[in-house]
Design a protein around this ligand. Sequence first.
Ligand code: GLN
Length: 232
Amino acid sequence: VNVKAEEKTYTIGTDLTFAPFEYQNSSGTYIGIDVDLINAIAKDQGFKVDLKPLGFDSAVQAVQSNQADGMVAGMSITEERKKSFDFSDPYFDSGISMAVKEGNNSIKSYDDLKGKTVAAKVGTESATFLEKNQKKYGYTIKNFDDATGLYKSLENGEAVAIFDDYPVLGYAITNGQALQLVGEKETGSAYGFAVKKGQNQELLEKFNAGLKNLKASGEYDKIINKYISTGK
Ligand code: GLN
């Protein structure tokens, strides 16, 4: 009897709400670029995925405490993170931007943030950027565990400005959220799939091999175009 070898299942952490990379559709199913990408790579490379939408910082902790084998969460590849993570090849170029409530024309640059409260999601590049520049611009920082609290903070006046990745802010605006971007984007980094440093190297190799195959077959572009309209 020919018994097909059991496909290995990897536990992969992801963010709770980070559209268009991971979010729930109206029936509560997780969809998005990261979700489609990891599933397509798993199919291509013959493994199974147990996707855990934990929230960004919780996914970081889960990988570091070996409760998840890896994470795909619009995670920027940074030098600081390379001390504790190994990253795949980059799969999406991104960066951060500031946004205010639609119609708020009083915040024109970072200089207008003095004495005001600005917000980001805990553990993200945006949060790090805010900490780094706090002295320079003299604002107060409020960190939120998830995007829901972060985006609501503009409406309920808990913050005058929020910082997040610009593809995510752009997607929110395209989908009717009452936001406007302010100023230049901060040149950011690219997103990568991550495992704990020195561990799950075979999973990292499978991710890279699968990504390469999806790019060659056109499947990668299909996934991106499904979620991000190029206007073409
Ligand atoms: N790209 C940002 C980071 O890596 C934000 C990721 C996220 O919020 N899911 O910090």
